[in-house]
Design a protein around this ligand. Structure first.
Ligand SMILES: *[C@@H]1O[C@H](CO)[C@@H](O)[C@H](O)[C@H]1NC(C)=O
Ligand SMILES: *[C@@H]1O[C@H](CO)[C@@H](O)[C@H](O)[C@H]1NC(C)=O
Ligand SMILES: *[C@@H]1O[C@H](CO)[C@@H](O)[C@H](O)[C@H]1NC(C)=O
Ligand SMILES: *[C@@H]1O[C@H](CO)[C@@H](O)[C@H](O)[C@H]1NC(C)=O
Length: 519
């Protein structure tokens, strides 16, 4: 635990207190768990019905063997005048340590459920939430996380589905989320702010949980969610490793009872912008957290050479460009041990990746609507204060000839395809008339309704992928908890087939976990 500025630490026998006059945080001793957060007249924002070790904690899930311990230093920082606190953790493996797999690293806060009733994770994903009790009195659905609320304390939620996975976000968008106690006087907001996601695994489009019922707010650093074992950190015997996770902050705000509680969300977003501008923070005391003067910058312009689209070089408009550990093309998606630094290019393909921690990286990119993945041929070595200008980089998408037909857009989402309506009895009202309709529960089973006997047949030139291509390649619910494999067909005609000649079928997968696709 580190102290910055004028916080007061009192070290009692069984607890430790950080207090800056605005917020008082109480930690268990020796456990180091956050057991109390006092703010604005509320004695404890955390759920006091929970045991002390089940309110606010760092959580590391690994295949621990008897007698093994993790070397893990969690640090909390409280600044003068900051309504909240920062936390980060340094994880280290030393030479000679045994092999280990780490499946999850996260921070969990469980807030008082009778106060924190409203959750906000983005501008268009906010809602009044059920409680844990509402879930327990509900009807479990296909997996334990999904529950039909049959008897919630708030009758307006009756008949809705609650499922924490419906509130996942892509890492690049998962920067501020939290809860509002909309009916307390005054209303209070509890937010987790993540100014940089350099320490998260899997790059910008890895999805992670944010908040969920139980008035739970998470900061996810690594997990197998949406990627399976490929995203798990697997260390060989003797493999040394060290990484700083965070800092992230818990930011608290409040507003007059006469004002709109949603102003708390607006204020939290403004605070995120301030934190982004202050990144990398200069108040950490560990030398393992690299400060701005020790970080580097890499810039350039990414262009596309694809003579089947245009004879001239094209700008890699809005390309996602990032640095991650050296590896194969696209390896950043499964990379979990190092830092990753991503940015999005402007419309001319210019990019600038700032605040890069010294190290050895590959430079990766992909361009929305352009097939394939880019990797720069050389490694990028960042030294303290490096300023690297790569000038012009040219990406040549993999192709052997003109596109004869294409279904959808290669952009790492399936959002453009046909997304069925959910079962009317299994809806989350948040996603009615919402661009994230695909997050509704049970859509996979709708395939069996649409294609009860025969599988999907798509005719190129006749069908429209927005209406005729089911958004996910699923198996068919054949009743009685049985599922059968499905075989889809794409019908197309080619005139003037070149013989002998090669034709290439390219597949862009938006995600795949525990699946096998045969073509
Ligand atoms: C960077 O990493 C690559 C791939 O692991 C390795 O071949 C290369 O030698 C490294 N370069 C430096 C300077 O460490
Ligand atoms: C499901 O199982 C029941 C009882 O064994 C049987 O009567 C019914 O026909 C089965 N339904 C299907 C769709 O297989
Ligand atoms: C096929 O070849 C014929 C004759 O050369 C030509 O008129 C036609 O446009 C070609 N069709 C396609 C799809 O290229
Ligand atoms: C087709 O591709 C194979 C494998 O790359 C290659 O060996 C063969 O020469 C190609 N045939 C033609 C006609 O281009």
């Amino acid at each position: 635990m580190a102290l910055a500025s004028l916080a007061i630490i009192r070290d009692y026998r069984i607890e430790v207190i950080l207090d800056n006059g605005i917020v008082r945080v109480t930690f268990s001793k020796p456990g180091g768990d956050v057991i109390g957060i006092k703010y604005n007249g509320i004695d404890n924002l955390l759920e006091t019905d929970n045991k002390e070790n089940n309110r606010g904690y760092w959580d590391l899930v690994w295949n621990q063997k008897p007698g093994e311990k993790a070397n893990n230093i969690d640090t909390y920082i409280m600044l003068r005048n900051y309504p909240g606190f920062y936390t980060y953790s340094i994880l280290e493996r030393l030479d000679g340590w045994p092999e280990v797999e780490i499946g999850q690293i996260r921070i969990v806060y469980k807030l008082q459920q009778d106060k924190f009733d409203f959750m906000a994770i983005s501008d268009d994903r906010q809602r009044t939430m059920p409680t844990m009790k509402d879930r327990l009195s509900g009807q479990p659905l296909a997996y334990p996380e999904a529950v039909l609320l049959t008897n919630p304390s708030n009758p307006q939620l009756r008949g809705e589905v609650d499922d924490k996975y419906q509130y996942s976000s892509e890492s690049k968008d998962n920067r501020v989320h939290g809860w509002i106690s909309s009916t307390s006087d005054p209303p209070v907001g509890f937010w987790i702010i993540t100014p940089s996601y350099e320490f998260r695994t899997g790059g910008p489009v890895k999805q992670e949980l944010t908040c969920h019922a139980g008035a739970i707010a998470l900061s996810m650093f690594t997990s197998a969610h949406y990627a399976g074992r490929d995203a798990v950190m697997i260390f060989e015997e003797g493999e040394p490793w060290k990484k700083v996770f965070g800092p992230v902050s818990v930011y608290l705000n409040s507003i007059s009872i006469d004002d709109d509680p949603l102003l708390l969300w607006q204020n939290a977003k403004e605070k995120l912008q301030e934190e982004v501008e202050a990144w990398p923070f200069n108040f950490t005391q560990s030398k393992d957290f690299i400060g701005s003067d020790q970080r580097g910058i890499v810039g350039g312009q990414l262009l596309i050479r694809d003579r089947y689209i245009n004879e001239r070089l094209l700008w890699a408009r809005s390309a996602h460009v990032g640095l991650a550990a050296p590896g194969e093309v696209g390896s950043w998606q499964k990379e979990s041990k190092g830092y990753q630094f991503w940015t999005q290019a402007d419309k001319r393909g210019y990019f600038s990746i700032k605040n890069v921690v010294p190290g050895n990286y590959s430079l990766y990119a992909w361009v929305p609507s352009i097939v394939g993945d880019y990797k720069y041929t050389k490694n990028i070595i960042i030294e303290p204060g490096s300023k690297i200008d790569l000038d012009m980089l040219v990406y040549e998408p993999p192709r052997n000839g003109p596109t004869l037909w294409e279904i959808g857009v290669p952009d790492r989402t399936a959002a453009e395809f046909y997304i069925p309506d959910p079962y009317p009895t299994l809806m989350n009202q948040l996603y009615s008339n919402h661009p994230d309709k695909f997050r509704q529960y049970g859509l996979w089973d709708r395939y069996a309704d649409l294609y009860p006997n025969k599988d999907l047949i798509y005719t190129v030139g006749v069908d429209n992928y927005k209406k005729d291509w089911f958004f996910a390649q699923v198996n068919r619910n054949a009743g009685n908890d049985t599922y059968e494999a499905t075989t889809w067909q794409i019908i197309f005609e080619l005139e003037n087939v070149t013989r002998p000649g090669n034709y290439t079928l390219q597949l862009g997968l938006a995600s795949a976990t525990n699946m096998e696709l045969e073509v």
